[in-house]
Design a protein around this ligand. Structure first.
Ligand SMILES: Cc1ncc(COP(=O)(O)O)c(C=O)c1O
Length: 416
């Protein structure tokens, strides 16, 4: 694929744009397959986007999962445009704010109140601060990616030791590792903040066990539903797995791509806002609220999420047939709306080399699978699109055979 314009723009951006200069919190070239993936996008529509060189891609990245209905959804965008035309930046409340919160409470389990913010990190950060205030405790136990703020940043640089020392990670599907934290710090853990799952599904009883442990130790349970919310089910993983947290955080699919997040949960915790400082100039802007309301109403109006599950299953089934057929050292993992391929060669270097073979084929076939982040399916995808994606993957698996990466994953070979 010709990517000249993308690379030309990237070279220019890297000189002047600190985020574009290969930082890992944008789609860094080292997360993709160097030289093969587009960098600059021109336009989007439905399940597709076009890069600045005119290449079209079937999108399974969907802006980190924010796009749930499809790119540039008219029903959502029209509401946003109408809100913008009426005036969206007033610093005061617009009626859409109360309408949105009220509809949000109807669909999110355990949501007695909600607070609207802008980013996912805003919401998880607010959940932690409120939990600390509510419980009078300082420590936090957490699992998964929860944002970039001091309490949960992935890298230590720039974070004071004192802040880091108050936050403890635990292992997924391992209740003992969480229990050990509670035993080591009795009466000190304010909350457990966790993604309900990342790639590996919850083992039977695991989420319920976390719920019991938090209750038993007087800590709050905060489910970070940034990826699972409005995708696994309308009421997120709480509805899907039948576990209710004290607080839950949402963003991404909430507004089909517009910047908004929400913290929902028990009123007595959220009422702590009267003594906890959480505020931002742009929280009152109503453009993204209009987007969230339109997205929520559209998701409620038809079987869009069911369709996403069906399409995701079709993709996973097709990929599983191929991993069997080509004896690929790869396992199809994740829930159907958020599938992924887990490469299981001996070492990380071999995995990266095999990924290069596989994903070079799929991206050249015009299918945008992210090599290092799980994928997402949106409602604008069609059955034919899924079949196209499976065919592209066939090319990827043939490349694995060609390059000598074979040897099926043996059952019992646990990944993560
Ligand atoms: C599970 C989860 N929590 C929190 C965040 C942080 O959200 P944001 O990047 O909008 O700050 C993300 C973002 O990817 C996420 O996936």
């Amino acid at each position: 694929m010709l990517l000249d314009r993308s690379f030309e723009l990237a070279r220019k951006a890297e000189e002047i744009d600190a985020l574009a200069a290969k930082r890992k919190n944008v789609i860094a070239s080292d997360q993709m397959i160097e030289g093969e993936y587009p960098i600059f996008v021109d336009r989007t529509s439905g399940a597709y986007f076009w890069d600045v060189d005119g290449n079209r891609y079937l999108d399974f990245f969907l802006s980190y999962g924010t796009v749930v209905l499809g790119h540039a959804d008219r029903d959502v965008d029209d509401q946003v445009i109408a809100e913008i035309r009426k005036g969206f930046a007033t610093g005061l409340s617009k009626p859409v704010q109360t309408e949105l919160v009220s509809e949000l409470l109807e669909v999110i389990p355990g949501a007695e109140m909600a607070m609207l913010m802008k980013t996912g990190s805003d919401a998880t950060g607010a959940a932690v601060r409120l939990s600390r205030s509510f419980t009078g405790r300082d420590r936090v136990a957490r699992f998964g990616y929860n944002g970039w703020h001091d309490w949960c940043a992935q890298w230590d640089h720039g974070i004071p030791r004192a802040t880091r020392d108050l936050v403890h990670t635990f292992a997924y599907n391992d209740l003992d590792s969480l229990r050990a934290l509670f035993e080591r710090h009795p009466g000190e853990i304010a909350c457990v903040v966790m993604m309900p799952f990342e790639v590996e599904p919850p083992a039977p009883g695991f989420l319920e066990g976390v719920r019991e442990l938090t209750r038993a130790h007087g800590a709050l349970l905060v489910l970070d539903e940034m990826r699972s919310g409005f995708r696994m089910a309308l009421g997120g993983a709480q509805e899907y797995f039948g576990v209710t947290a004290d607080l839950a955080t949402f963003s991404k699919a909430f507004a089909n791509g517009y910047a908004i997040s929400a913290l929902t949960g028990r009123a007595e915790v959220l009422r702590r806002l009267d003594r906890v400082h959480i505020s931002s100039t742009f929280y009152a802007n109503s453009d993204a609220m209009a987007a969230a309301l339109a997205t929520l109403r559209k998701l409620r109006s038809g079987p869009h999420l069911e369709r996403i599950h069906t399409l995701g299953s079709r993709l996973q089934d097709g990929l599983r047939e191929l991993t069997d057929k080509y004896a690929a050292p790869v396992e199809v993992v994740g829930h159907p709306p958020m599938p992924f391929l887990d490469f299981r060669l001996g070492s990380e270097e071999e995995n990266q080399a095999a990924k290069r073979s596989f994903y070079t084929e799929t991206i050249r076939a015009g299918v945008f699978f992210h090599p290092n982040h799980h994928w997402f399916v949106c409602a604008a995808t069609t059955e034919e699109d899924i079949d196209t994606a499976i065919e592209a993957a066939r090319g990827g698996f043939e490349a694995l055979v060609r390059d000598g990466y074979t040897g099926a994953v043996r059952s019992g070979e646990a990944a993560r």
